[in-house]
Design a protein around this ligand. Structure first.
Ligand SMILES: *Cc1c(COP(=O)(O)O)cnc(C)c1O
Length: 398
């Protein structure tokens, strides 16, 4: 008899986005002439940078000739992309990485879901509430106990240090869903906590490119000692529109270790490499050439324009929502706006009001955790004209 992993039965029903889709569908069926605008989804709308498209075309052409054809690639990724990442994302910030500390992936979701493969089920895990659901669900799947660190208006949506020892901590900054960032001093408190408590930080920097404030750190390795306690995840998805192409990367420093039950220190870089070589096929050659082109002169300029487009959406949305009387967090260093619902209105009730009165789809905060109740998330990933139209309706009808 094949037995299941019963931890799967403890997963919360993944009803957030299906419930949203269902309610939108029902509304549209009853109001066929209404034009519903979605500011709820976390997907981007701007097309790929031209530099990436051209690089992928050329890479595809190389595949047509025996002389330039590529078969199985290195599971860790091609050197050309690893070098581009080290030279462009890290060296300018004073961070020196070796090529074998960088692992190219098919995106940050896979890596943050899989990283637990090399860590004991017995570890205690901490993460914020509200939270990106992948951190929580991937830990429930293998049976780890989660401690939630509440992020509320009272603490500026920045979690306090845990009052106990936690073995693994997930941090995501700029944050999805609240749009908040950590200052250098705040991030240093987490690194110091991890060093003192021998904890591992899994730092999700998927929105790093959205940081506008020069004082905000882009990488956890800008903090002294972080290479002894942190893994960092990055992605081309939100930066360069790679949500459909699929490419990201993970930094596992050579010096980073965790313990066996007997206290022996083991290199996590070695374990992650072993895990990836066994279970991951590597990111496709064509995709990696597309990602490499993000770092070309044209690619950088085109990517900068994409980010600027979304951040202009965020700026306008925040201004309009505040004029309409809503309490809004985020939107300054992140493409997310975290909006307080009116007093006494739940996040699902507010979702319904927005849908019915303004024909705008938002994401109920309760879908990101108990502390998300009383908030909704709006994304700045929409088309400009949709954002403008949606804000006009909210001003007039809400
Ligand atoms: C979108 C997102 C990612 C990136 O996911 P990919 O798998 O790289 O597309 C990672 N973390 C968070 C918090 C995200 O919102």
């Amino acid at each position: 008899m094949a037995l299941i992993n019963e931890n799967f039965l403890h997963l919360p029903n993944n009803y957030l986005f299906s419930e949203i889709a269902q309610r939108v569908k029902a509304y549209k069926a009853g109001h066929p002439s209404s034009e519903v605008i979605s500011l709820g989804i976390g997907d981007v709308t701007r097309p790929l940078p031209r530099a990436s498209v051209d690089a992928m075309k050329q890479a595809a052409e190389e595949m047509a000739y025996a002389r330039t054809f590529r078969g199985y690639g290195p599971e860790q990724g091609y050197d050309f992309l690893i070098e581009a990442i080290i030279c462009n994302d890290y060296l300018p910030r004073g961070i020196k990485l070796k090529p074998d500390e960088v692992f190219i992936s098919d995106g940050a979701k896979s890596d943050c879901g899989n990283i637990g493969d090399m860590l004991s089920v017995g570890n205690s895990v901490g993460m914020t509430d509200p939270v990106y659901p992948v951190y929580a669900d991937s830990n429930v799947m293998c049976g780890r106990t989660i401690t939630y660190l509440p992020c509320r208006a009272a603490n500026g949506f920045v979690p306090s240090l845990p009052d106990k020892k936690l073995d693994i901590i997930y941090l995501c900054y700029p944050n999805n869903p609240t749009g908040t960032v950590l200052t250098r001093a705040e991030l240093k408190r987490w690194v110091d906590y991890a060093l003192q408590n021998d904890s591992l930080i899994v730092y999700d920097g998927a929105y790093e490119a959205y940081i506008q404030d020069a004082e905000i750190p882009h990488s956890i390795y800008e903090i002294d000692g972080a290479s002894l306690c942190a893994i960092e995840l990055r992605s081309f998805s939100k930066t360069a529109g790679f949500t459909g192409v699929r490419c990201g990367y993970t930094i596992v420093p050579e010096k980073l270790t965790a313990a066996t039950r007997h206290g022996e220190r083991i290199s996590l870089n070695r374990l992650w490499n072993r895990r990836q070589c066994t279970k991951f096929n590597g990111t496709g050659y064509i995709t990696q050439r597309g990602a490499e082109a993000v770092y070309s002169r044209e690619g950088k300029e085109q990517t900068r324009q994409i980010i600027a487009y979304y951040m202009e959406n965020a700026r306008r949305m925040k201004e309009d929502l505040q004029h309409a009387g809503f309490g809004v967090t985020g939107g300054e260093n992140a493409p997310y706006l975290w909006v307080k619902t009116p007093e006494g209105v739940t996040s699902w009730e507010f979702f319904d009001r927005m849908l019915h009165r303004a024909n705008v789809v938002v994401t109920p905060g309760a879908g990101f955790g108990a502390e998300g109740e009383g908030f909704v998330r709006l994304t700045a990933f929409g088309k400009r004209e949709d954002c403008v139209k949606a804000m006009k309706r909210i001003r007039e009808r809400m």
